[in-house]
Design a protein around this ligand. Structure first.
Ligand SMILES: O=c1ccn([C@@H]2O[C@H](COP(=O)(O)O)[C@@H](O)[C@H]2O)c(=O)[nH]1
Length: 232
């Protein structure tokens, strides 16, 4: 039996049955499943047990918390009892907010989202972040890690720069991953699974290229095999 690949499949499904079915199909091949806003806001905390099943797969709760520190502390405490392996907050919330999340969920890795992968360089300029995205990602990464974040979410385009900034011990998570030739959809700063892993990502978030495939299990297995070849 092969070790599950460092992939978090984004279970962005319209209903719980579909999410649980996708989770069952992909968990032989991947380490992690990701629950995001769509499922969590529709079904609440029960969704975690449904997708975790009996497999022991890691659950990544991608709620991207972003509020004042006291509010984020309460929210992180509320979801910590669900024992997600990873919980996201926005790095833009600042160091006190990130620290509040870290202290309120001591058994969960707090991952700070740097710059959303859906934003193009023009979008970033328009919202007041000019220059190379990796410069801003590095700055946000340094602040987040200084505040106690154990993981960071960044584009695979910036993962090498972020790794150079924070060193080997911080978990780097990259959405915006597309197999060569796949539709980028609403993602702007993308790279292939092989490039993301080769540039230093620890966990690749992949949703629609797997869940939108005719056979999500086979799609996950194919990407997992490609990653094994990178590591060989
Ligand atoms: O910067 C970010 C942060 C989080 N995401 C999430 O990852 C998945 C990507 O899904 P795809 O179908 O592979 O595009 C999705 O759940 C996002 O909410 C991100 O894309 N970018």
């Amino acid at each position: 039996m092969t070790t599950p690949a460092p992939i978090a499949v984004a279970l962005d499904a319209p209903d719980l049955e579909t999410a649980a079915r996708w989770a069952g199909l992909v968990t032989p091949h991947v380490s992690t499943v990701k629950v995001g806003l769509e499922l969590y806001l529709r079904y609440g905390p029960d969704v975690i047990a449904s997708v975790r099943g009996a497999s022991g797969v890691h659950v990544f709760l991608d709620l991207k918390l972003h509020d004042i520190p006291n509010t984020v502390a309460g929210a992180a405490r509320a979801v910590a009892r669900l024992k997600p392996t990873i919980l996201t907050v926005h790095a833009a919330g600042g160091p006190a907010m990130i620290k509040a999340a870290v202290e309120s969920a001591p058994n969960t890795k707090i991952a700070a989202v740097t710059l959303l992968t859906s934003l193009s360089e023009a979008d970033l300029r328009a919202i007041g972040i000019p220059g190379a995205p990796e410069d801003a990602a590095r700055r946000m990464a340094a602040v987040a890690v200084g505040a106690g974040a154990q993981a960071l979410v960044c584009s695979p385009r910036e993962v090498a720069a972020v790794r150079a900034e924070v060193g080997p011990d911080v978990m780097l998570i990259t959405p915006g991953v597309r197999p060569a030739g796949a539709d980028t959809q609403d993602q702007a700063r993308v790279a292939t699974p092989e490039a993301a892993l080769g540039d230093g990502a620890d966990l690749l978030v992949i949703g629609r290229p797997i869940t939108g495939a005719p056979d999500p299990g086979a799609a996950a297995a194919a990407i997992a095999a490609a990653l094994r070849r990178v590591r060989a």
